[in-house]
Structure formats: C-alpha cells, structure tokens
Design a protein around this ligand. Structure first.
Ligand SMILES: Cc1cc2nc3c(=O)[nH]c(=O)nc-3n(C[C@H](O)[C@H](O)[C@H](O)COP(=O)(O)OP(=O)(O)OC[C@H]3O[C@@H](n4cnc5c(N)ncnc54)[C@H](O)[C@@H]3O)c2cc1C
Length: 472
C-alpha cells in the first residue's frame, strides 16, 4: 500500500508518528511539502522567542496515545528554563516546539524504514489527485505524477483574511507571521493598530513590547473581547462531560442536544461542589465586562481552585469535535452566535502574555478599540472608524485568523480539481468532504467540523484514528 500525505505540518507529524507506533509492516509513504519549514507548518517555524506555544506540555503532545510524549522530549532542564511562573508549567517559543515536531517526524520515518517501509519527501505543492478504479495519481506542481492507494490532505488553515481591503497599502502587514520579519519593519515610535483581539493579536502586542516598542498600540476589533486567561492545571479528571458519555447518549437517543451537554457539565460541576448557573453568568458577562477589568480578574484567578472553566476548556477540544457533529442545526446556530466567547474560552492566552498585556494597558500604551466598522488607508497611515470615533495610526498589522475550514491558498488548485472531478464535495457549513473512500482530510479543512480551530491534541487524536483506518 502506498500512502500519499499532502502537507507537512503538525497533523502530518501526528499521522506519521501514529503509523510508526502501529504494528503495520512494509508499506510506502510519500509526504509532499513545498514550504521550507518541513514538519513545522505555519505556526512552528523560526520566529521571535516571544512567540510562545499557547498550552502546557500535557496538551502539546503530538502522540495521541501518550500525553507525556512532548514533556519527555522537553526534559527537566529545558522545562525549567522555560517555566511560566504563574502557570507553573513550561511554555517554550513556538520555534522550539517546531524542533520537537521535526525530531518526532524524522524518528517516525526512521522507525517505519526499519520495519521495511519506503519513505519519501517530495518538495513540491500538490495541485491535483486523479486516477481510475485501481490507483490514484497525485500530481505535483513540478509536473510529475506519483501513484498512491490512499491520499491524506493535511494542508492546514488559510492565512489571515483582509477584512478591510488594505492589501498593498504602505504600512499594512497582511500576515503577521513570522513576527521576526513583520515587526522588523515597524518603526519603534509608530502608532500601531493590531487588527483583531484573539491569540494572534496577543502574539503581536507581546512581541512589540518585547522589542521595546515605544509607540501606542491599539487592539482594534468588532467585539473587543480578549481570550480568557489559562488557569493552572489541577489534574481534574472529567467524568460526565466525556466522549464516552456523549457516545452513550447518542446510542440511547440517536442525537445529542446542547441541553444534554449542559446537563453533563452541570453534573461535572456538582460532583466538584460547584454550580452551573453562576459559571454561565460569568461566561456571558464577557460581552459586557470591560476587557481590561476581565483580564485583571482572570489573571488574579489563575490559581483559583474552581474546575468549571478548566473542564469546559478541555472538553471543548476533546469532546467538542464529536459533540458538534451530533448536535441539531438550531443548537449549532446557538453556539455560533457565541463564537468569539467560545473561542476565547477554548483557547485562552497564557498567563505570562496576560501579565504583559495588563502592564501595557496600565501604562496607557495599549488600548482596546471595539465596535470597529471600517479601516481605511489615509495620509500615509490608517484611519480606524468605530462606534466610539476615529483613531489614526501609522501601521496596521492584520491578526484576524482565517476561519477553520477556509481553504489555504496553496491548496486552492488541488481543492478545485477535487471538486471538479467529484472526488470531494464542499460541506454546507464549510470544509471538504471526501467522496472517494481513498481520500481523507485531517485537520481544519475537514468538512462539518466546529468553529474552534483544531488544537494539537485534537489533531493527534484524529491522526491516531486515521492511522488505524489506513493500516486496517
Ligand atoms: C499561529 C498559530 C499558533 C498556534 N499555536 C498553537 C498552540 O500553541 N497549541 C495548539 O494546540 N495549537 C496551536 N495552533 C493550532 C494548531 O496546532 C495548528 O494550527 C497546527 O499546527 C495545524 O497543523 P496542520 O498540520 O493541520 O496545518 P499547518 O501547520 O498549517 O501545515 C499545513 C502544511 O500543508 C502545506 N500545504 C498546503 N497546501 C499544500 C499543497 N497543495 N501541497 C503540499 N503541501 C501543502 C503547507 O505548506 C503547510 O506546511 C496554532 C495555530 C496557529 C495558526
């Protein structure tokens, strides 16, 4: 059997590792990747040291069957050198995490070869998958065709969207990463608008501060809502809001509703002596509480022993992908109305970044501008037009991430070809659904998934299941 994997980011590393730890003998695998950051994908290439991973080691393991795999790679010395005092956990620069991905991938390929597999990496972009009844042919941009029996798309997510049509305007950075390059072009005294207020925006602000930026910085967005702040892990084991309970509910009733999930969360909290109602009120207050006050309050609650937010955050990544597909459409729509809040709870900012932001807010250098309606290039800079008036800045850095399911630019010709040949279809809510049983999609492009971007444990779990299916 010949497996072709398109893209070489974290999802592919998880898949190769899962294939390597399986017992499958003597097949062939070819990985296609045109980029220079082999195995690191978009997030984990070389960049500034201020660009950190967003999660503690237990949930950065790319091996789905071993949550300690990354912590073991990191080792006690490196862990101590990167300790986030507030979180009580090591948080390394994302480029360093990229080394873990690269070493894991190379080790997996070596292990496969030792078991008789043939492995190959082709440094080219895939533009088509064609084929007849027996075999598929993977076409690459260098004009060659490669035979395959199974094809896995691991092409990641798209680059930030240009909501305000600023591409080409002097002083506009359309894609912030790597920040080492983008921020190198920002004059130290410039007033900067960071477009967005999610984790990418936090990366930009923290990295500007780390470079000693002296100009004013504004986080400009429609909601003005910041991500929540990570709480110190307590090792709490969920017993109710779990994959097993959701699967049992599906078996019993054929469907799972949002009320069912709320019931599981209520049971989880009651077992820990906590109430759902005040937690829900606290969550929903994100829409009205001033963002700096909320940040200060959440930073003070990093060590709070209540499990509610930790349980919901973890479940969003572990239970969420399964539950989302079982929910009736009106329940999904209810959740979509809270996309910003849900994303901020599922993927919070790390405390060291929250503390940096709070210092900048308190010094007056950083502000949040909500209710933004328009940003336009004006007089050598930019004018941000919002509900509260206008703001003029010199530089605008785009930090609005593409929604999950967006087709990355490098994969557009491939997706167009798959759709044209009827080998895949677009899901009505976004993403790609294979119509050919030999085709698979791993990661955010997979059709019908939730609006929460895949995290490493989510990708690793999917990769493990797919490796099992591929090797029978
Ligand atoms: C900035 C950022 C930071 C993140 N930080 C964290 C974090 O700290 N913790 C966490 O759990 N999650 C994080 N995530 C979420 C998740 O871990 C990453 O999105 C993850 O790396 C996704 O991996 P991937 O392999 O699906 O996609 P990618 O990493 O994007 O890799 C896809 C690869 O496919 C290649 N490709 C695309 N089209 C083609 C083609 N046609 N032919 C061949 N190759 C192609 C691309 O060049 C790319 O290398 C982050 C996401 C982003 C965007």
């Amino acid at each position: 059997m010949h497996i072709a994997i398109i893209g070489a980011g974290a999802a592919t590393v998880g898949l190769l590792d899962a294939l390597a730890v399986s017992e499958a003998e003597g097949a062939e695998v070819t990985v296609f990747e045109p980029g220079t950051n082999l195995w690191r994908g978009r997030p984990y290439g070389p960049d500034l040291d201020s660009v950190l991973v967003n999660a503690p080691p237990a949930i950065m393991s790319v091996r789905g069957s071993d949550s300690g795999h990354y912590a073991a790679w990191l080792g006690p010395e490196r862990a101590a050198a990167h300790l986030d005092e507030l979180l009580g956990q090591p948080l390394v620069p994302r480029a360093r995490y990229g080394e873990y991905l690269a070493e894991t991938a190379e080790a997996a390929l070596a292990r496969l070869r030792a078991r008789g597999w043939r492995t190959r990496v082709v440094a080219s972009r895939v533009t088509a998958v064609a084929g007849d009844g027996s075999r598929l042919r993977v076409g690459s941009a260098d004009g060659r065709e490669h035979p395959a029996d199974q094809v896995v798309l691991c092409v990641g997510v798209g680059t930030p969207q240009d909501h305000y049509g600023l591409r080409g305007a002097p002083g506009f950075a359309g894609d912030p990463y790597p920040l080492a390059g983008t921020l190198g072009g920002v004059p130290g005294e410039a007033d900067v608008a960071v477009i967005g207020s999610g984790l990418t925006a936090v990366d930009v602000v923290v990295s500007l501060a780390a470079r000693g930026h002296a100009g004013r910085i504004a986080l400009v967005s429609r909601s003005g809502m910041l991500p929540a702040v990570w709480q110190r892990p307590l090792g709490h084991q969920r017993r109710h809001l779990t994959v097993e309970r959701v699967e049992a509910l599906r078996r019993e009733r054929g469907a799972v509703t949002l009320d069912d999930l709320a019931g599981q969360l209520r049971a989880e909290l009651e077992a820990a002596g906590e109430d759902l109602a005040p937690f829900t009120r606290e969550l929903l207050s994100a829409a009205s509480e001033p963002p700096v006050e909320r940040l200060r309050r959440q930073l003070a609650a990093v060590g709070d022993p209540a499990i509610a937010r930790r349980a919901l955050q973890e479940a969003a990544h572990i239970v969420g992908p399964l539950a989302w597909r079982l929910l009736p459409e009106p329940d999904r729509e209810r959740l979509r109305r809270h996309t910003r809040l849900a994303t901020g709870v599922a993927s919070p900012m790390v405390p060291v970044n929250a503390a940096a932001l709070l210092r900048l807010f308190e010094s007056g250098q950083l502000s949040v501008v909500a209710g933004v309606r328009k940003i336009e290039a004006a007089r050598g800079g930019f004018r941000v037009r919002g509900d509260g008036g206008d703001l003029d800045v010199d530089v605008a850095v785009n930090a609005v991430n593409a929604p999950p399911h967006a087709v990355p630019g490098a994969a557009e010709p491939l997706v167009t070809a798959l759709l044209a040949e009827g080998r895949a279809a677009l899901h009505p809510t976004g993403g790609l659904v294979p119509a050919d049983p030999r085709l698979h999609v791993l990661g955010d492009l997979a059709g019908g998934g939730s609006f929460i971007t895949s995290s490493i444990p989510g990708l690793a779990a999917q990769a493990g299941r797919l490796a099992g299916a591929l090797t029978g």
